[in-house]
Design a protein around this ligand. Structure first.
Ligand code: DOR
Length: 440
């Protein structure tokens, strides 16, 4: 009879067949059995009584700033923050210095992450006019999450605002292409409207996002290439995306579901500034409606740390972005507590969804054969989010002082605790994940 390395017993487990009271048997870092393991032998048994056992969160949009911007974050600090928040896999963005646009730059990140990451990882390569025809080769390399396109400029220098270059990008390679969708020409035209931070969503307005996404979907159809629209923020994009399920998936961020204008700018000023912006309640309501109707594919944090000093510069010199990898799951559990969505939907958006749309054969589901990446959650735990507990190097959070109900109290990566009761465990042991398999 098989002897497990670890049996997690008595928990309420989010399996693909529903959330049920059952046990999980783990061997060699993988899930070996899901079922009644009351009489099984195991080197270690862990009681999860009173807890929910979720598939580890896959955050498919973070910025960890290494190399080049490590005064804001590095892979070690960003991934520690991930582990603290119940995140077991991250996909990291290419707007570092240098930009991740070559095989060498990608290999550097993968090498560094193998030494310093607390959780598993993959890295996007950034599309540019120079590498547009060679992206197909890059996306097949070890540790590559896929291609990222900035259609409008944000933090850094990556930009593809020429439709002819976008067409080349979409023709090179096969995987889903992740896109930041804001229309560069309109951003340029409206720049002088940006006088105070309250103008941020006026400058980068709904039409900026809607027109960009409309053109992107047309280009994707023409190239027969699937795309993924990152951090969707507007009511106007939802019907476009709903009509494009054949070619496009999309992401929403917890901060766009939790904060709204003008209140966030009144309270937080430039610390609420990000691209695309936090908008007024009408848009937030449309995003929630899209979540409830099953249209949204994944949640990503868009963890984009900048230091307090940088954020405190007078607008518009203040950079856009806020940390969030550690607060993604706590915020969503609190939304579950407040009745905005069921826990099943959070599991779909944070684990099943990313595994499905990016093709992750070893991640995202509590089922036999997958990696034993588990997040132990206490749905009754009351917790006040603080800046001090954030492991991100920048040490602040737009949610500082917010009381949430529901909190991750343990994170297991391939069967080993990396976080337990708010304390990191062991040492960094993250590995590259396989992306791009055709799996359901
Ligand atoms: O607000 C943002 N910050 N949006 C982005 O697209 C980039 C990010 C960053 O890297 O700071």
């Amino acid at each position: 009879m098989i002897s497990y390395d670890l049996v997690v017993h008595g928990g309420t487990v989010a399996t693909p067949s529903g959330i049920v009271r059952t046990d999980v048997g783990i061997k060699d870092g993988r899930i070996e059995a899901v079922g009644d393991l009351g009489s099984a032998t195991a080197a270690e048994k862990l009681s999860a009584r009173g807890l929910h056992v979720l598939p580890g969160v896959i955050d498919s949009q973070v910025h960890f700033r290494e190399p080049g911007l490590t005064h804001k974050e590095d892979i070690g600090s960003g991934s520690a923050s991930a582990a603290m928040g119940g995140v077991t896999t991250f996909f990291e963005m290419p707007n570092t210095q240098p930009n991740t646009t070559t095989a060498e730059a990608l290999a550097w990140k993968v090498r560094r992450a193998k030494e310093t990451s607390w959780v598993d990882f993959a890295f996007y390569v950034g599309a540019s006019p120079e590498n547009a025809d060679g992206l197909g080769l890059l996306e097949g390399l070890e540790g590559c999450a896929g291609v990222k396109v900035f259609l409008g400029s944000s933090t850094g220098t990556l930009l593809v605002d020429d439709p002819a270059v976008l067409a080349r990008v979409l023709r090179s390679g096969t995987r889903r292409v992740a896109c930041h969708s804001e229309l560069e020409s309109r951003l340029k035209e409206r720049k002088e409207l940006a006088k105070t931070v309250h103008d941020h969503p006026v400058w980068r307005d709904e039409a900026c996002a809607v027109e960009s996404t409309r053109r992107l979907l047309e280009a994707a159809r023409a190239a027969k290439r699937p795309v993924h629209v990152l951090h969707v923020t507007t009511a106007g994009e939802i019907p476009l995306l709903e009509a494009a399920r054949d070619i496009a998936t999309f992401e929403v961020c917890p901060q766009h579901l939790t904060l709204e204008a003008p209140d966030c700018y009144d309270r937080l000023g430039t610390f609420a500034q990000m691209n695309p912006p936090i908008r007024e309640g009408r848009h937030r309501a449309a995003l929630w409606d899209a979540v409830k109707r099953g249209l949204v594919d994944v949640l990503g944090s868009d963890h984009a740390p900048h230091t307090r000093e940088e954020k405190a510069k007078p607008y518009p010199a203040s950079p856009s972005g806020m940390p969030g990898v550690q607060t993604l799951l706590p915020l969503m559990l609190n939304h579950v507590h407040e009745g905005r969505l069921p826990l099943e939907r959070v599991v779909d958006l944070t684990a099943h969804g990313p595994a499905r749309i990016f093709g992750l054969p070893t991640k995202g589901r509590i089922e036999v054969g997958r990696d034993a990446d588990l997040t132990l959650v206490d749905l009754k735990r009351e917790h006040v989010i603080t800046a001090a507990e954030q492991r991100t190097r920048v040490g602040w959070s737009p949610f500082d002082g917010m009381k949430v109900t529901g909190y991750p109290i343990g994170t297991l990566l391939r069967g080993q605790f990396v976080m337990r009761e708010g304390v990191l465990q062991g040492k960094p042991g993250g590995r590259p994940v396989q992306v791009g398999a055709f799996v359901e």
